[in-house]
Design a binder for this molecule. Structure first.
Ligand SMILES: O=c1ccn([C@H]2C[C@H](O)[C@@H](CO)O2)c(=O)[nH]1
Ligand SMILES: [Zn+2]
Length: 131
């Protein structure tokens, strides 16, 4: 499964629109039905309007009817290990448990993995708003 996520993430990364940072990213999420959805970062000449690969992958999942993320793999250019930005950690939290496995990769393969709990401790999630 991890190899499938890696392949999807690498494929999505090829579509990255990142002329300003030169930092191409691909992400792949596994949904509750065992389907994989992928996306890339899409930058904009008006810099703050760009968004991350994780957001693109989540958008693809939601549009396909998926509602829960059970694993996510993010591929950056290397050599430094990529790690999801704070905003993406919170976006993932909306559709995942704190036990979610987040895997970091680069074109050379898998580099490291964490749980969402490790990257976003004491997180605020949908259950906080349930009556
Ligand atoms: O986990 C990450 C980290 C960064 N980026 C993007 C945002 C921006 O386009 C570029 C440089 O920050 O990388 C992602 O897509 N995902
Ligand atoms: Zn992000």
């Amino acid at each position: 499964m991890v190899q499938r996520l890696l392949a999807a993430s690498l494929g999505a990364r090829q579509h990255s629109h990142s002329p300003y940072s030169g930092y191409a990213v691909g992400a792949a999420v596994l949904d509750e039905q065992g389907r994989i959805h992928a996306g890339c970062n899409i930058e904009n000449a008006a810099y703050p309007q760009g968004w991350c690969a994780e957001a693109s992958a989540l958008t693809a999942m939601i549009m396909a009817g998926g509602r829960r993320v059970s694993a996510v793999l993010v591929t950056g250019p290397g050599p430094d290990i990529i790690t999801p930005c704070g905003g993406c950690r919170q976006k993932l939290r909306e559709f995942a448990d704190p036990e979610l496995i987040i895997i970091a990769a680069d074109p050379g393969g898998i580099r490291q993995q964490w749980t969402l709990e490790q990257l976003l401790p004491f997180s605020f999630g949908p259950e906080h708003l349930k009556l």
